[in-house]
Unconditional design. Sequence first.
Length: 404
Amino acid sequence: MIDDPVLVEDWHPVARVEDLGAGGPLAVRLLGEDLVVWRSGDEIHAWRDLCVHRGTRLSLGKVVDGVRLECPYHGWTYATDGCCVLMPAHPEQKPPAKARVTTFHAREAHGVIWATLGSGAAEIPSFELMRDPAHQLLRSGPYRVHASGPRVVENFLDVGHFPFVHEGILGDRSRPEIEDYEAVVNADGVLATGVKVYQPDPYATGQGSTVTYTYRVHRPLSASFIKHGEHSFGMLLSVTPHDAVDSSAWMWMAMNYEPTSEMVDFQDRIFAQDRPILESQRPELLPLDLQAELHLRLSMAWPSATRSECRRRSSMATALGRSWARNLIFATDLRTTRSRGAFPRVPSPTTRCSASWSLSCLSTAPESSRRAPSPTRLCDGSARWRGVGAASFSARRHAALSPP
């Protein structure tokens, strides 16, 4: 199991509702843990996929009378609370109290089964257009990809790759410029507004136009955008972390118009273009060490940040824990302008310098929020949401907290 407290507490999509069929059971994998998902009436269950008797996968068994799950090996049968209620070889015996499966929380939302290995107190990700009756809602995916969850979120937030990976659809290589935009942090997450790009076919209508994006990162592995222009179109992304570098991307599209092409097929095509990029990236885990990736340097970008300052911040990140520090870096290349304690303006990616800005956000977190487990216990790509609320997330090329 990937022992990361934040990702453990979050809800993750694990299966389509229709995958359960008559009730399951269904085998899924989440955070390195094998789960069995099944239904009893209106209740969804997610358990550790392991019979406590001889370690057989319960997902190979069957649902009995719609209210119990039977192991395929010796027929041990479990009630909805996870307790064994029948040992067929000894029907007269009462199963011991230790004959109990490990249970987790599961819920149905947006046509998908969600599971959490934590308390279940968090909210399932959503965004405003999903609740707007003027918009129709479509789901695409899941797209299985050999990549870490944070790399998938980074790709989702990165408009700079549109002209090259999605040329002729979402971008034009003769018009790759990205204007400055604003980013702020609030209780709901990190919000980037005014992200303007030209797209040859932004709405799958065959018509090109300049559109303005609003991006929001809700949780470490959930983000959304809304396109503002001729039409209203938005998308929610939520990534299932099966293992450290094995993920599934789920997407919900909301629109207030009728596209001229099938939108699910359209999104299938877009992700098919992204998949080889994601699977080719090295390092596979989103790196904390800025020297692991090449960044452009801008003379205007925080000239006072000396090498010793960068080393100090790198040391701070190591002390705080690799994953927590790395994911606070929403965008690493900003100018020195403060914006009343919020985010400064974000320059175009072609003019940004990340080396000076990589860890500036750390000083804004309160002392009580700066504790983190040893980096060896963390899944690189999660985020520590203590003290800064929804400010933590993985995409480091879009905004950063103002420098100290």
